[in-house]
Design a protein around this ligand. Structure first.
Ligand code: FE2
Ligand code: FE2
Length: 225
């Protein structure tokens, strides 16, 4: 058998399949981590809004719907892992978009920017609204890229899930945009957009590849609640 034939044979294909399946697992581990961070934070934001602005029922309902959508995305991604019979890889704050953009905006961690503290300061809350808007605009762009990519098109289950995300995503910006407009505030600034650019591309070109290449990276023992 020639070397060429060996390279095309089943062992090479098996290795390729393992590597590509690892890519899907890593990539979806980052996604599910972000969905989880997102819906938990939005749940606490709803509670804080109900206390501070009980009369703002429309805004609260919109933020609640946003949180519920992110929770649905989380459950969908979780089911995808369950159906594969695998757990997500351990992803930490270092590789989470939400955590990293919060760090750049507030110089604090997501856990440190408690919604009650944020709501006590109007400027801080406006900043949070702009941050959520930027995050959602980024998510929308990202989903469009994924839906057009062969990597996702070739996996019907993934494609279907990202279609659901694509359907929900545009509405996630509106409540925060409307709140800013209602209070005479500007939309995200150029430097804030730059922060998003930096956060996103450092994840794509640096942090996610590092996760992929870390063959000691463990899988989670349990799904996050
Ligand atoms: Fe989502
Ligand atoms: Fe979203």
């Amino acid at each position: 058998m020639t070397t060429e034939k060996l390279a095309e044979g089943p062992p090479m294909r098996a290795i390729f399949n393992v590597l590509i399946e690892r890519f899907y697992d890593i990539f979806m581990s980052v996604y599910i981590y972000n969905e989880h961070r997102g819906y938990l934070y939005l749940d606490t934001l709803v509670t804080a809004l109900e206390q501070k602005y009980p009369e703002e029922t429309g805004f609260i309902a919109a933020v609640r719907k946003h949180g519920n959508d992110e929770h649905v995305h989380y459950k969908m991604f979780r089911r995808w892992f369950e159906n594969r019979g695998r757990m997500p890889f351990v992803v930490t704050e270092t590789s989470g978009y939400c955590d990293q953009i919060v760090k750049v905006f507030f110089r604090k961690t997501l856990t440190e920017i408690d919604p009650q503290v944020v709501l006590a300061d109007d400027e801080m809350f406006f900043k949070l609204c702009r941050l959520i808007m930027i995050t959602e605009m980024r998510a929308l762009k990202q989903v469009d890229i994924l839906l057009a990519s062969r990597l996702i098109k070739s996996k019907p289950a993934l494609y279907k899930m990202f279609q659901v995300v694509r359907r929900d995503e545009p509405s996630h910006c509106y409540p925060y945009r409307d709140w800013l407009a209602k209070h005479g505030q500007n939309l995200p600034s150029r430097s804030e957009s730059l922060a998003d650019f930096y956060t996103h591309y450092s994840l794509i070109f640096f942090k996610i590849p590092l996760l992929y290449l870390n063959f000691r990276l463990k899988r989670t023992q349990h799904f996050l609640a």
